[in-house]
Design a binder for this molecule. Structure first.
Ligand code: A3P
Length: 329
């Protein structure tokens, strides 16, 4: 399955290989592997890959790029707050999914006109004759004339050069142990997931680079290597947890927003874990929650000493040439 127009190749992962994955979808289990990078994506991505690759980024776009479970929703929300200070009162009334464009949604959710989510309702209002198959979020994002905050777990290779040449990219990395724990609980609450064997099995798959958007290290590496690019800001979830004002200040500088200390404090408060979780309880982003614990070091409650030692050597092996250091507590 060669896509000539795209600088990448896709190969469907065999049913047999998918069935060996310990954590997999029971309903929509077809996956593709993309080279270079051996990136695993839902099969539906094949229908959207060209549109995604041809998506034109603009100079006022802010793109949040992450490996899943690294603080994506939090970061997008605080970027929205930083750029919409006069509209913070709408946080409690408007649905979170309407404040940014999560372009991966189009491959993660099957098109369904009966979907009652605010996003699909907005799509149906805007494009009554529209083809959901061509991407609900992609089409809404294209039609947006104001400043766009775009979220994606896709690696940069899936986009054209306008991503880094035009927009501002905020990449958030989270230590792999907590990322894996967060992914485990998130998958466990998704409808239709098959999970064999608990956290150790999840960790085994995670380290082997299995699961949507994996492998973890390839994701980190592509962004880490670009960390000095003028249009990319690399930040760590753990630093955000430790000192959000300092990280917001760096973001304000990166985006040229020139926010005052008081404004940064307002943003931090509006997007605190407790406030985001409270809003999610009233208007959930998806079934299940994106706001579980929001801490550093939860892996200590999950990994046995043996598994932890295994993860440590996997981390040491993968970071020795990268020179990246994570905080684990
Ligand atoms: P945990 O599962 O460890 O609690 P993503 O948005 O990329 O899916 O990441 C989800 C993780 O970010 C979850 O981690 C979630 O609790 C955490 N998170 C979400 N909002 C947060 C906030 N305002 N402050 C700190 N962590 C937050």
């Amino acid at each position: 399955m060669n896509c000539k127009e795209l600088p990448m190749k896709f190969e469907e992962i065999s049913e047999e290989e998918v069935s060996r994955m310990k954590v997999r979808s029971g309903r929509n289990s077809r996956l593709v592997r993309c080279t270079p990078g051996n990136v695993i994506l839902p099969y539906r991505f094949l229908d959207l890959a060209k549109t995604v690759y041809n998506f034109e980024f603009r100079s006022d776009d802010i793109v949040v790029a992450t490996f899943p479970k690294s603080g994506t929703v939090w970061t997008a929300e605080l970027l929205w707050a930083m750029t919409h200070l006069d509209q913070l009162h709408t946080l409690d009334t408007d649905h979170i999914s309407l404040r940014n464009f999560f372009i991966d949604r189009d491959m993660l959710f099957a098109p369904n006109k009966d979907d009652q989510s605010p996003l699909v309702k907005k799509f149906m209002e805007k494009f009554p004759e529209g083809r959901m198959e061509d991407g609900v979020v992609l089409q809404l994002a294209k039609a947006e004339t104001g400043r766009r905050i775009i979220k994606t777990h896709l690696q940069f290779q899936f986009f054209n050069e306008s991503l880094l040449n035009k927009s501002k990219v905020v990449y958030v990395a989270r230590n792999p142990k907590d990322t894996c724990v967060s992914y485990y609980f998130f998958m466990g609450q998704r409808p239709g997931m098959v999970m064999e064997g608990g956290f150790p099995s999840m960790a085994e798959d995670f380290m082997a680079g299995k699961g949507n958007f994996s492998p973890y290290w390839g994701h980190i590496q592509q962004a880490w290597e670009l960390r000095n690019h003028p249009n990319l800001h690399f930040m760590f979830y753990e630093d955000m947890k430790e000192n959000i004002i300092e990280e917001l200040q760096k973001l304000s500088d990166f985006l040229g927003l020139d926010l005052t200390f008081e404004q940064l404090k307002k943003v931090a408060e509006a997007t605190s874990f407790d406030n985001m979780r409270r809003r999610d309880q009233n208007q959930p982003l998806v079934k299940g929650t994106f706001f579980r614990k929001g801490t550093i070091g939860d892996w200590k409650n999950m990994a046995t000493p043996e598994l932890d030692a295994q993860m440590d050597s996997w981390i040491a092996e993968n970071t020795k040439n990268l020179g990246i250091t994570f905080k684990y507590a």
